[in-house]
Design a protein around this ligand. Sequence first.
Ligand SMILES: [Zn+2]
Length: 209
Amino acid sequence: MFYDLSRTLSPRTAVFPGDTPVSVTQNLLLQQGDACNLSSITMSVHAGTHVDAPRHNSDAGLGIDRVPLDALIGLARVVTIAVQDAITLAAVQSLDLTGVARLIVHTRGSDVPNDVFDHDLIYFTPEAAAWLGGQGLRLIGVDTPSVDPASSADLAAHLAFLRHDVLIVENLCLRGVPDGDYEIMALPLRIAESDGAPARVVLRTLAQD
Ligand SMILES: [Zn+2]
């Protein structure tokens, strides 16, 4: 069984204040006698569910076209963290991360509708991000638009994950997904040298033995 963690992209998709919204243009329409339906889109590469490339926070970092696929596909653990603002060092140290390379964090962010930007989004303290990186994580997934506070200027949690080579997936929706272990497939579009890209992110339940 599959869980689709991707938020639906549409012109109503909420983006960071000031960022480029999603717009869709119909260039050809069957109903108007054209040979097919054909549309184009304009959007921030960080709109909706997406993967941040290391290039997002460092000019020397890899673009999204070069991030390692083996970090984006494989076993993942979904955990619920019931905090109201910051995910602290104590909160992450209480998690069982034995053998976990990909961690998906379920917060109240999953209940925020696609067309609402949550200015009070749940974020990681830099200490929590650094500690998770030190555990050997390859991938962190969150159901919020950022791993840092919406008003952050230094993006300290992004940088802490970057220093530990942890890829960041943002704006997932985990509503209805039970905590536990899954196979994840998180595949960003292969956009040359991009600082990020929209992604379809899917969990597959593990075969019961
Ligand atoms: Zn991003």
